[in-house]
Design a protein around this ligand. Structure first.
Ligand code: NAP
Length: 296
């Protein structure tokens, strides 16, 4: 049976370190990192995510601002709010919760965020920095959460074959870039699969590390896992469950029971990659505050 990669425990360690460093910034330099989260519309899942981010930001001693705008907010109004936040010295990080309503051009919104405050690492300037291995920018939160989980579980990707399923700009592509870097905690040989890859099972079976990030409940079965492989499940899927008080439960892209029989290490869902995303977002906010104020 596989060992558990405990995202709850590891994210809690990361958060404690962040809280300590936030306190140090306050006592030494009188600074408080600030994060602004912007939500347009009333998507229920987004509302939950935004609330969680706000709660955690405050818990770690940071300044938090939530801007909830009506669904009919125009592109121009949203861009002006971002411009205001770009100029606001209390705000070091800006995040616009996705998905925005269809009339909003998300690409233009991302381009409007000052790259120095782009703590989600969606701006092409920061994506480019990450790709060339520049440690000076930001790393995208979920992929960086995966790298941190591996590192803190004592799993070194160096020389390993990592197989990623999914090539989104948020997870699969940046994870590929981070894992293949010539740097500590990386140095993997990476294969990326997607919906046009015909032989996913064959490729997965070659993976020393298999990372599922596709949004397809329990797609990765035990028969796709090489004995002793490390399995990381990024997927979060809601499935109906009349027995749950909420009427649904969350499952990953991996069939946990089956894969755990084969793997050496595995992340659960929930409690694996999920809690890491906010933890890394707040690391980025802390970094942004230090850089903007030129303190170590
Ligand atoms: P996405 O933008 O929908 O991308 C899904 C990717 O999976 C695409 O590249 C798609 O291929 C590929 N794919 C879909 N079906 C496939 C199939 N049958 N075979 C092979 N590849 C397939 O999703 P995402 O934003 O990357 O999110 C992926 C999952 O991670 C979702 O469950 C999401 O909820 C979860 N997630 C979790 C966190 C977290 O904090 N833990 C953060 C972000 C996302 P094509 O490119 O060919 O369409």
């Amino acid at each position: 049976m596989a060992n558990l990669i405990d995202g709850k425990e590891i994210s809690s360690q990361v958060n404690q370190e962040t809280a300590r460093e936030v306190e140090e910034l306050r006592s030494r330099h009188g600074l408080q990192p600030g994060l602004a989260v912007v939500l347009v519309g009333e998507d229920p899942a987004s509302q939950v995510y935004v609330k969680m981010k706000e709660k955690r930001t405050l818990e770690l001693g940071m300044h938090s601002e939530k801007h909830v705008l009506p669904a009919e907010t125009s592109q121009g109004e949203l861009l002006s709010l971002i411009e205001k936040l770009n100029q606001d010295p209390r705000i070091n990080g800006i995040l616009v919760q996705s998905p925005a309503p269809p009339h909003i051009d998300e690409k233009e919104v991302i381009m409007k965020i000052d790259p120095a405050k782009d703590v989600d690492c969606f701006h092409p300037f920061n994506v480019g920095k990450m790709l060339i291995g520049d440690q000076d920018g930001f790393f995208p939160c979920t992929p960086w959460g995966v790298i941190t989980l591996l590192k803190r579980s004592g799993i070194d990707p160096a020389g390993k074959h990592a197989v990623i399923i999914g090539r989104s700009n948020i997870v699969g592509k940046p994870l590929m870039a981070l894992l293949m870097q010539k740097s500590a905690g990386a140095n993997a040989t990476v294969t990326v699969c997607h919906s046009r890859t015909p032989n996913i099972k064959e490729l997965c079976l070659q993976g020393d590390i298999v990372i599922a990030a596709m949004g397809k409940p329990e797609f990765v079965k035990g028969e796709m896992i090489k004995p002793g492989a490390v399995v990381v499940d990024v997927g979060i899927n809601r499935v109906d469950d009349p027995e749950s008080p909420r009427g649904y439960r969350l499952i990953g892209d991996v069939d946990y029971e089956q894969a755990a029989e084969k793997a050496s290490w595995i992340t659960p869902v929930p409690g694996g990659v999920g809690p890491m995303t906010i933890a890394m977002l707040l690391r980025n906010t802390l970094k942004a505050c230090r850089k903007q104020n030129q303190v170590e």
